[in-house]
Design a protein around this ligand. Structure first.
Ligand code: NAD
Length: 435
């Protein structure tokens, strides 16, 4: 469903009228394409507090040149050394003069440190960065995004910084991402095809977000297996053929789904993307069990069951990645979606609990993407008024595209993202719903 308001506000008269009426002014987002693989401009590296990070070589490897004195496409503020309120004054002093010079579709990335349980002054100052980041994200406008990365080791965060400082993260804003100290260093990878030699299975990939995920992982070099229900055979085969992959026609709720996936992948699996999902909306007072049970089955029970089966069978190779699909409805809740909200919150619980163990025992990371309003058949079915509210009620004042979720998945799937584990990353344009 085309966003006509977005097209209208991109015209001269549309801009004039919406400004006069005080209506949202969404900026056309500059997403990744082969012709536009990088941000359009340079990077400014600022520091607040006394940082122990060796950031300069990592930023140099992103390939973004230094910004000139007037405009910057990216600003990285290293505030990891901020330990008190005086340090926060340095955050203000560093960003206040430059925020105006950040170009449209530019990026602000604030770097923070984990909260120190033994130092409540440091914890207060570092938590303050979260409120700062989310507030700046809400006011900065013009397609610019603001995110916070908590880290202890700069090289371990390289893949995350590359993602956030690129057009691939166009619809990711207001997020707080924690990057660990890093696992074993990743083997060098082909920058253009980082997933070459890897096999990815995407559930629900015959259309919508799943199709975009399969396409983006294939772009990055992965061999893709397109899993969907037998009724979606035609679409699943079309997607698989287009991407040079294979289709696996299977209802993910089947008791033996894990065993059948393992059987279809004798050489193992590197990337498992739990994307299949359904809605059966109704307020709880009107919701029969027939609408509750299938949503919990597809969105949560099958995710738990197949994950357990594939880890137990050893199908997931070391260095593997699991990316599950939550939703902002599982974080903020949504009227008419007690079943869906419960299932997606369950995904968040699964990710947080399993991530440390899966990494320790299997060398596999477990993360979630939590989409906000994404333009797909699922959201095209939403009544017009609610759909329009969903589109506008975020800092970027527009819906995201399936490719936005796909790019986020590709970053989590990257061989160099091993230090990103147990994270729930919202792809929601900083939706006003939820934290
Ligand atoms: P969609 O309805 O367009 O596609 C879902 C796909 O999953 C379909 O191809 C469907 O056949 C498949 N599927 C459903 N049940 C299955 C089963 N039992 N076994 C195998 N495949 C099955 O949905 P979408 O909008 O692309 O959403 C993809 C995921 O993103 C879902 O988990 C959804 O909950 C989540 N999500 C979407 C949005 C959004 O705005 N579109 C927002 C938040 C979360």
């Amino acid at each position: 469903m085309a966003d006509r308001y977005l097209s209208f506000t991109a015209t001269g008269p549309g801009r004039f009228l919406t400004r006069r009426l005080g209506l949202p002014q969404p900026a056309a987002l500059a997403r990744w394409s082969p012709e536009r693989p990088a941000l359009d401009g340079g990077l400014r590296h600022l520091t607040a507090g006394r940082s122990g990070l060796d950031l300069a070589p990592v930023l140099a490897r992103t390939g973004i040149g230094p910004a000139g004195s007037d405009r910057a496409a990216a600003v990285v503020l290293d505030a990891s050394g901020v330990r008190d309120v005086e340090g926060l004054a340095e955050v203000h002093a560093a960003l206040h003069p430059v925020v105006r010079s950040v170009t449209a579709n530019g990026r602000v990335v604030v770097l923070g440190a984990p909260l120190d349980p033994a130092d409540h002054h440091q914890a207060a100052a570092q938590q303050a960065l979260e409120g700062f980041t989310r507030s700046l994200g809400k006011e900065i406008g013009r397609g610019r995004t603001v995110n916070l990365v908590r880290l202890t080791d700069a090289p371990a965060a390289e893949s995350t910084l590359r993602f956030l400082l690129s057009p691939k993260s166009a619809y990711v804003s207001g997020q707080v991402i924690e990057v660990g100290a890093g696992e074993e260093p990743a083997a060098p990878v082909d920058g253009n095809r980082p997933l070459a030699g890897r096999t990815a299975l995407v559930t629900g990939a015959a259309r919508g977000i799943g199709e975009a995920v399969a396409e983006t992982l294939a772009r990055d070099g992965a061999r893709v297996v397109v899993l969907d229900v037998p009724q979606a055979e035609q679409d699943a085969r079309r997607v698989a053929d287009r991407l040079g992959g294979t289709a696996l026609l299977l209802d993910i709720t089947a008791a033996d789904a894990g065993a059948r996936i393992a059987e279809a992948l004798p050489d193992g699996l590197d990337l498992l993307v739990h994307n299949a999902g359904i809605t059966r909306d109704r307020r709880l007072v009107n919701m029969p069990a027939e609408r509750w049970i299938p949503v919990l089955e597809v969105n949560l029970a099958s995710v738990l069951r197949t994950t357990d089966a594939l880890l137990k069978a050893g199908t997931l190779n070391r260095g593997g990645r699991i990316v599950a699909t939550a939703s902002i409805a599982g974080i903020a809740g949504n009227a008419g979606q007690t079943n869906y909200g419960a299932s997606k919150a369950g995904v968040v619980g699964l990710v947080r609990s399993l991530a440390p163990r899966a990494l320790a025992e299997h060398g596999v990371t477990v993360n979630a993407v939590a989409p906000g309003f994404i333009e797909t058949k699922m959201t095209a079915a939403v009544p017009l008024f609610i759909r329009e509210a969903g589109r506008r009620m975020n800092s970027l004042a527009q819906g995201g595209l399936p490719v936005d979720v796909a790019e986020t998945t590709a970053w989590l799937a990257h061989p160099a993202s091993g230090a990103v584990n147990g994270q729930v990353v919202r792809v929601c344009g900083q939706s006003l719903l939820g934290a």
